[in-house]
Design a protein around this ligand. Structure first.
Ligand code: NI
Length: 176
């Protein structure tokens, strides 16, 4: 297993619709293992394949954030139903240094192929798990959490983030 580099916004791979996975090959299984390891290492509670530079419809999620405690991997996941609305704080491994409140469905039903169980599954989720699913599936459609804000807030947060990113890059160049 390997820890993969996490792609930072505004990389193009984070802005496009990811490709459907036709077959869960050995390479896809290896990618799933590596994505899980990368998520736990970060640490994070969810990771979508575009965040490691792979434009594929694949996510890993663990609301506990603890190694393999409640790991879920889903291939070609979709939100098929949503209910209620809830506001909660989010951040993203691809958008370091930014956290903000995002409105989401309170409960969702998610459908996808479970590569561990080797079958299609439907998962009903609420609370944090529902939020993570919506955030990660957004990544597969080229959206980040800031795209879920109103126009004014979205532009403000994106501007602030890009400035912060430049400073981070300057720092890492100086230390080279
Ligand atoms: Ni994210």
């Amino acid at each position: 297993m390997a820890i993969l580099p996490i792609v930072k916004y505004p990389a193009p791979v984070l802005k496009r619709r990811a490709e459907e996975i036709k077959k869960v090959t050995k390479e896809i299984r290896r990618l799933i293992d590596n994505m899980a390891e990368t998520m736990y290492d970060a640490p994070g509670v969810g990771l979508a394949a575009p965040q490691v530079g792979e434009s594929l419809r694949l996510i890993v999620v663990d609301p506990t954030g603890e190694e393999a405690k409640e790991l879920i991997a889903l291939v070609n996941p979709e939100v098929i139903a949503g209910e209620g609305e809830i506001i909660g704080e989010e951040g993203c491994l691809s958008v370091p240094g930014v956290r903000c409140d995002v409105k989401r469905w309170a409960k969702v039903k998610v459908k996808g192929y479970d590569p561990f169980k080797e079958k299609m599954v439907e998962i009903e989720a609420k609370d944090l798990l529902a939020r993570i699913f919506q955030h990660e599936i957004d990544h597969l459609n080229g959206l980040i959490f800031l795209d879920r804000l109103g126009r004014v807030k979205r532009e403000l947060y994106k501007r602030r983030y890009l400035k912060h990113l430049k400073e981070l890059e300057k720092k890492s160049n100086n230390s080279k």
